[in-house]
Design a protein around this ligand. Sequence first.
Ligand SMILES: [Zn+2]
Ligand SMILES: [Zn+2]
Length: 257
Amino acid sequence: MPIVAGAPLVDAHFIKSAMAAPQSTRNSRKKRKDPEVPIVAGAPLVDATCFDGAYELRVPRGWLTPAEVRATGLDHGPFVEQFVSRRAYDGPGFSTIFVRRRPRFPSMAASGGRDGAARLMAYLEDQELANNATFGPVAAYDTSQFERAWVVDYASVGRLEGLTSTTTALLVEAPEEDVFLMLNNGEKEAVDFKAVAASLRHVPRRVCAACGGSSSKLSQCAACKTVLYCSRACQASHWKLGHKAVCRAAVAARGGV
Ligand SMILES: [Zn+2]
Ligand SMILES: [Zn+2]
């Protein structure tokens, strides 16, 4: 069994539990082995949400939801959620759509250029170190939903070879945070990554960015339009707490003054 320690895309515990399926499951898996199990070309995508509705996206119909994945015993942190193909239980065709949020500090705020591309590669190289994965060139990804996005295809999945096949990773620069979206296409799936990536949307929370209150009279920051406040006092305190830099960078990134 390959070493999968530290795998961010394919959870080690999850693989282990899938591999350690009861004997009866193994037998039925054997029976269902190819050529009976076809590759599902372009599985239909359906609407889904993650992170309590903070993001919307479309995922293959019938896949395990983040809540179901968590219920299998996976213990991800609050910033990671996955949609997983049910075929993961039936063989090596492990497929997952992995979403990770990472706060972007003011010092990392969008300043134009290729900062996001560098953050994507730094993240992947760190997370995939133990797996020996290699990567193709990183490229700008055209998206109408976010300021900027960056995409990279894995050149090889290293030690995960045989557990998953093609892997693509995307970083989108959402308001005040980076979102990493990764798709592992297992051997039995052919998910349209572009369609999944293009469907990702940030759903602004109707709460005050400073105090978290959900007053019905929230006002937008007039400059960046990415945050809401319940009062002038909350806006002033959030500005001092660091919104100043984030706000100015967001405005500059948009080509404003
Ligand atoms: Zn407030
Ligand atoms: Zn602002």
